[in-house]
Design a protein around this ligand. Structure first.
Ligand code: KIV
Length: 282
């Protein structure tokens, strides 16, 4: 293990220590290992899985089985970071009993440390019940992609007084319900600052400015691997798509020309079998 395993308590304590929390997404063991070994405190198996890996148009079609399958894979690469998985659309909204049962599957079957759910006051009762059952829960308010249709699309939230007041109330409600952290997505920076100051649990921003207690991005966005669209709040720290395309094209060209595999990348026949083959040539 690379350092001590990070717990929910450690994440909460980072807020009072003013130690910024780093969270990134992973969908397989290899990516999970990259994040774990490079100081990322929270690895999120986001339901962005649907768009980034499975090729869906939104996160809505993502199923429990898909999330569990990829969560199990990520778990194989993560030793130190806190592992959080998104609960997919309609896996926690129908009734409290099925929400607890579905959330429990992420801990029991995939080895996750916590789950994340999208929504405000309407899910506080469910969050409280999941926490009472012993399941650590991260909330997610502002732009909630699972219900983006109902919000009028992928738009900045909390721009007027009424919706800003609602977001403040939702943050307080989720903190009181026992959520251990809150993702704030696509809200004005000053509102994110006010929410962050108004609750004791950490806020983790995505398109919510610098005053949050931590930041999260979709890994494929910051590495330049998802080219379909790039939200304006994403900063690209690497541009891997051209490098991947270059590697694929070079392999294709060398296979076509016969340059690959050369002797260095082949197994030479030796000894008795080589002699046998040479005899056959005579
Ligand atoms: O699904 C996801 O990847 C997310 C993060 C972007 C916060 O919810």
């Amino acid at each position: 293990m690379i350092g001590k395993k990070i717990t929910v308590r450690d994440i909460i304590d980072m807020k009072s220590a003013a130690d910024k929390i780093v969270m990134l997404t992973a969908y397989d063991a290899g990516f999970g290992r990259f994040l774990d070994r490079n100081g990322v405190e929270i690895v999120l198996v986001g339901d962005s899985l649907g768009m980034v890996v499975l090729g869906y148009e939104s996160t809505v079609p993502v199923t429990m089985e898909e999330m569990l399958h990829h969560s199990r894979a990520v778990k194989h690469g993560v030793e130190r970071a806190l592992l959080v998985s998104d609960m997919p659309f309609l896996s926690y909204q129908v009734d409290v009993g099925s929400a607890i049962a579905n959330a429990g599957r992420f801990l029991k079957e995939a080895g996750c440390d916590a789950v994340k759910v999208e929504g405000g006051l309407e899910i506080c009762k469910t969050v409280a019940a999941m926490v009472r059952a012993g399941i650590p829960v991260m909330g997610h308010i502002g732009l909630t992609p699972q219900t983006a249709g109902a919000l009028g699309g992928y738009k900045v939230q909390g721009k007027d007084g009424e919706s800003a007041r609602r977001l403040l109330a939702e943050a307080k409600g989720l903190a009181e319900a026992g959520a251990f952290a809150l993702v704030l997505e696509c809200i004005p920076d000053k509102l994110a600052g006010a929410i962050t100051a108004s609750i004791d649990i950490p806020t983790i921003g995505i398109g919510a400015g610098p005053q949050c207690d931590g930041q999260v991005l979709v890994s494929h966005d910051l590495l330049g691997m998802f080219e379909k669209f790039v939200p304006s709040f994403v900063k690209r720290y690497a541009d891997l798509a051209p490098q991947i395309a270059g590697g694929i094209a070079a392999f294709r060209d060398e296979v076509k020309s016969g340059a690959y595999p050369d002797a260095e990348h082949s197994f030479a026949m030796q000894g008795e079998v080589a002699d046998l083959l040479n005899q056959g040539k005579g």
